[in-house]
Ligand binder design. Structure first.
Ligand code: ADP
Ligand code: ZN
Length: 724
C-alpha cells in the first residue's frame, strides 16, 4: 500500500505556511512518524519540513521524501495541536510557531548542528593483582590507584597520570573504555534553604491550588516578600508526590539567580533550566533531559512554556505582569495565553503570581473567572518601606537637578551607618542628547531619526533602536566650534556625579553596557550582596527579585520617564517598576526608606505607590481604561504597516483602514492610520491602525483576508499584534 505525508515545508524568507504532500518511500515507512523532521525536494532545492499528517491516498502526483532527520519526533501530539491553536489566536504562521517551540539545534532550517558532549570513562577489565603481575611500571601502578575510589575513572584524568600507560593497558585489554554523554549545564547550588511552615494566608492559597481538580486559574497576589515563592515550592513538592511534573516561568532567569538556587536546594537534580543566556549546547542538553523524562521540574523564560513535559500537574507564571512574557516578534504569542491552553490540555491548575498583576488579570480575578488568592503581609515580619515623594521642581530651582537635597542627606547618613544604597535610573549611557550650542547641530540616527545617546567610556554616540554608532569628536561636526553640550541624564553621567559627591563611597554601576559578558551580572550582584560596594546604581535590571539584607535606602531618580511613555499601559508599568524597586528596601532588620524624585508629586500613581495600595490604584486606573475604551474593557489589535517607501506605506495603510471599515462590525472602533511611536526604525517607515472591539466575529476572518491580499505585495509588510 502507498503512503503519503503532509509536510509543512520551511521555506526561507517566507512568512507563509506551505504544506505539501509527498510520497513516503518503502524504506522509510517504518521510521516515519508525525512530528519528525524530514528532507524533501522543493523545486531545485532540498528543504526541511515537519511531518504533520500521514495518509494512504493522494489524488495528485507527488515527489518523494528524501530522508528522515529525527530518531524521535521533535514535536509531540500536544505541541502540534497547540501550534494550531496559537495560530488561530495570533494569525501568525504555523512554521514560525513550531520553530519558536524548539531549541535552535532542533529547529528546521536553523542550519546549526549541535553535538552531544561525550566523555570517555575507563574501568578495569581484570582485577588489579592480575594486571600488576604483568608489569612493574610505576605509571601503571599510579593509574590503578585511581580506581581505589571509584570503579569508573574519567579517561581525561587517567591521561594526566600517563597517557602512554593508558594506551598500553587498553591495548592489552586490562582496561575498557566507555563513552557516555555529559550534560553541559550545571546549576550553582550555593544556597540551602529550609522549608517554612506556611502562615495562614499561604496555607489557604496552598490548599485552594491543590484542591483544584481541573484547569482552574489562580491569581496569587502578594507584595514582594509575602511568601509567594514558598507557596510555589510547597505546591510543587505535593504535585511531584502525586507523580506529576511542574512548569515554572520567570521573566528573566539571569536576573533572578536566587530564585533558581532556591528551587535547586529543595529539588536537587530534578530541574531543567531553559533560558537565553545558556549556550546553544547547554540548551540542547537541558531540552533533552526533559524529552528523556529525567527531570520533573522545568524553570525557564517565555519560550520554556513550550517545554515538552508530560503529565504536567501545575503551571506557574511568576511576576505575571512582566512584559517579557509577550514575544515582540512573530509569532507574537503571550506566554499566559499558551499556559492557559496547556493547562486545559493537562487539566492542571495555572497559578499567576505578582505583587502588581496586570489590570487584565486583576479584572478577571475580581470577576471570579480566576480564583483570587491574596497574601497581604510580608512573611518574614519585616515591614514595608516608607515611601517619600520629592518635588523636583523645587530642587531644580535650588540647583539640585540630579540628586535632591533630602536624598543626598539620607545617603550620607546611611553611608555613615555602613548601610547600602540602591539608585534606579532607567536610562543607560551618559547623556541622551548631544547638541551644539553654537549652531544647534544635534547628533541623530540616520536610520531612525532619534537623538543618539552618548556613551562616555567608548566616546561614541549610539542609537538605542538600531545600534548605529558614531564617534564623537571634541568639536561640532557642523560648525567646528568646541561647543558641544551633553544633555539628559544616563547611568554613566550619574556614576561620575556620585563619584564627585561621595568620593569615599564604593560605587557599582549595572546596566546593559556593564553586564555584556556572560556571568558578569551574577558576579556584580554577589559582590554587592557581600558589601564590597556601598552604592549600586543601575537600570531596571537592579529592581528585580533581589534580596539584599543591608539596603536601607532606595532612590528612584526619573520616575516620570516611565509615566510619560505614550502607551495605555504606562501607569500600570510605572506602578510595577516603582513598587518592585521599592521592595528592595528594608528586607531585613534595617528599616527601609524609598525616595521617588518627580515633577508630578500629586500624580495618583505615585500616591498609591506611596501608600502601597495597589487595589486603590487599580480601581482608579480601571475607570480611565473604561472611559478611553482600553483593556480590560475592550480587546485591541494593533495593525502595523511597514515599508521602505513612505508614500507606499501611507497609501496602503489608508486602504487597509477602508477594507476594515467595510468588513468588520460597525461597533468596532478603528483608529488611524498614524505614524507609530517609533516612526522609522532602520529606514523602514512604520504606520499603525488600532482596532478596539468588545465582540466581533468578523475581525479575525477579515485580518486573514488582508494577510492574503498583502502576500504578493513586496513593498509593504503588514502584521498584527493582539492584546487580550
Ligand atoms: P515572594 O516570592 O512573595 O517575594 P518569598 O517566598 O521569597 O516571597 O518569601 C520572602 C521571604 O520570607 C523569604 O526569605 C522566605 O524564606 C521567607 N518566608 C516565606 N514564607 C515564610 C513563612 N511561612 N515563615 C517564615 N518565613 C517565610
Ligand atoms: Zn537607529
Amino acid at each position: 500500500m502507498n503512503m503519503y505525508a503532509d509536510i509543512l515545508v520551511q521555506i526561507k524568507s517566507k512568512q507563509v505556511d506551505s504544506t505539501f504532500t509527498y510520497e513516503v518511500p518503502e524504506a522509510l515507512k517504518e521510521e516515519i512518524k508525525i512530528g519528525k523532521r524530514v528532507l524533501v525536494p522543493f523545486g531545485s532545492q532540498k528543504l526541511e519540513g515537519y511531518v504533520l499528517n500521514l495518509k494512504d491516498t493522494c489524488s495528485i502526483k507527488t515527489k518523494r521524501i528524501i530522508e528522515i532527520i529525527d530518531e524521535t519526533p521533535v514535536l509531540n501530539e500536544e505541541l502540534l495541536s497547540l501550534g494550531k491553536q496559537i495560530q488561530e489566536e495570533t494569525l501568525c504562521s504555523l512554521s514560525a510557531i513550531y520553530s519558536s517551540m524548539l531549541p535552535k539545534a532542533l529547529k528546521a532550517k536553523a542550519g546549526v548542528k549541535i553535538n552531544k558532549k561525550m566523555v570517555s570513562y575507563l574501568f578495569l577489565a581484570e582485577n588489579k593483582e592480575t594486571i600488576l603481575e604483568s608489569t612493574s611500571s610505576k605509571a601503571v601502578q599510579n593509574i590503578l590507584e585511581l580506581f581505589n575510589e571509584s570503579a569508573q575513572v574519567l579517561k581525561k584524568e587517567a591521561n594526566k597520570v600517563s597517557s602512554s600507560a593508558v594506551k598500553t593497558l587498553l591495548k592489552k585489554g586490562f582496561l575498557k573504555e566507555i563513552e557516555s554523554e555529559e550534560y553541559r549545564y550545571h546549576p550553582s547550588n550555593s544556597m540551602t534553604e529550609e522549608k517554612k511552615k506556611l502562615n495562614e494566608e499561604q496555607e489557604w492559597a496552598y490548599k485552594k491550588i491543590l484542591e483544584s481538580q481541573k484547569n482552574q486559574i489562580f491569581l496569587l497576589h502578594g507584595v514582594t516578600g509575602s511568601g509567594k515563592t514558598e507557596v510555589y515550592l510547597q505546591v510543587i513538592e505535593e504535585v511531584l508526590k502525586r507523580g506529576n511534573t511542574a512548569l515554572v516561568l520567570v521573566p528573566e532567569i539571569s536576573l533572578t539567580p536566587q530564585f533558581v538556587s532556591r528551587f535547586e536546594s529543595r529539588f536537587k537534580g530534578s530541574i531543567a533550566v531553559l533560558h537565553s543566556s545558556l549556550s546553544d549546547g547547554e540548551r540542547y542538553d537541558e531540552y533533552r533531559k526533559i524529552l528523556r523524562e529525567e527531570v520533573s521540574i522545568v524553570i525557564g523564560t517565555r519560550s520554556a512554556i513550550f517545554a515538552p513535559l508530560k503529565n504536567i500537574g501545575i503551571i506557574i507564571l511568576d511576576e505575571e505582569h512582566s512584559s517579557t512574557y509577550k514575544q515582540e516578534n512573530n509569532p507574537k504569542y503571550h506566554a499566559i495565553e499558551v499556559a492557559k491552553l496547556r493547562s486545559k490540555y493537562h487539566k492542571c491548575p495555572l497559578v499567576l503570581g505578582s505583587a502588581t498583576p496586570t489590570l487584565n488579570t486583576l479584572a478577571r480575578a475580581l470577576k471570579k473567572i480566576y480564583v483570587y488568592l491574596p497574601l497581604t503581609k510580608r512573611a518574614a515580619s519585616s515591614s514595608l518601606p516608607e515611601v517619600h515623594l520629592i518635588d523636583m521642581e523645587a530642587e531644580m530651582k535650588s540647583r539640585h537637578p540630579i540628586l535632591s537635597r533630602e536624598l543626598e542627606c539620607k545617603m550620607i547618613e546611611a553611608l555613615s551607618k555602613n548601610e547600602q544604597i540602591l539608585l534606579l535610573l532607567n536610562r543607560r549611557g551618559h547623556s541622551t542628547t548631544i547638541t551644539c550650542s553654537n549652531c544647534g547641530f544635534t547628533y541623530r540616527c540616520p536610520n531612525c531619526n532619534i537623538t543618539l545617546t552618548y556613551h562616555k567610556t567608548s566616546k561614541n554616540a549610539r542609537c538605542h533602536y538600531c545600534g548605529y554608532t558614531k564617534y564623537v569628536e571634541d568639536t561640532c561636526p557642523n560648525c567646528k566650534e568646541k561647543s558641544l553640550n551633553y544633555y539628559g541624564l544616563g547611568t554613566e553621567k550619574l556614576e561620575d556625579y556620585l563619584e564627585n559627591v561621595f568620593p569615599t563611597a564604593r560605587i557599582l554601576r549595572m546596566d546593559a553596557d556593564t553586564t555584556v559578558k556572560k556571568g558578569e551580572y551574577e558576579k556584580m550582584i554577589t559582590a554587592f550582596y557581600n558589601h564590597e560596594y556601598d552604592i549600586l546604581l543601575g537600570t531596571q535590571m537592579i529592581s528585580k527579585g533581589l534580596d539584599f539584607k543591608n539596603v536601607s535606602i532606595v532612590g528612584i531618580l526619573n520616575a516620570d520617564a516611565s509615566l510619560n511613555i505614550p502607551d495605555y499601559k504606562s501607569n500600570e508599568t510605572t506602578y510595577a517598576l516603582l513598587s518592585q524597586a521599592s521592595g528592595r528596601a528594608g528586607r531585613a532588620k534595617t528599616k527601609g526608606e524609598v525616595y521617588i524624585q518627580t515633577f508630578y508629586k500629586e500624580n495618583y500613581v505615585l500616591k498609591c505607590v506611596q501608600k502601597h495600595d495597589y487595589l486603590a490604584f487599580a480601581k482608579y486606573e480601571m475607570k480611565i481604561r473604561q472611559t478611553l475604551k482600553y483593556p480590560p474593557y475592550y480587546y485591541l489589535v494593533l495593525i502595523s504597516i511597514k515599508s521602505k517607501y513612505y508614500e507606499e506605506a501611507i497609501k496602503e495603510a489608508k486602504k487597509v483602514k477602508e477594507y476594515l471599515s467595510n468588513h468588520v462590525s460597525s461597533q468596532t472602533i478603528i483608529l488611524g492610520p498614524a505614524l507609530s511611536g517609533t516612526p522609522m526604525v532602520n529606514k523602514i517607515y512604520h504606520f499603525e491602525i488600532l482596532t478596539k472591539y468588545k465582540k466581533d466575529d468578523k475581525i479575525k476572518p477579515t485580518l486573514k483576508e488582508l494577510d492574503e491580499i498583502y502576500l504578493t505585495n513586496h513593498k509593504v509588510q503588514i502584521d498584527y499584534d493582539f492584546y487580550h
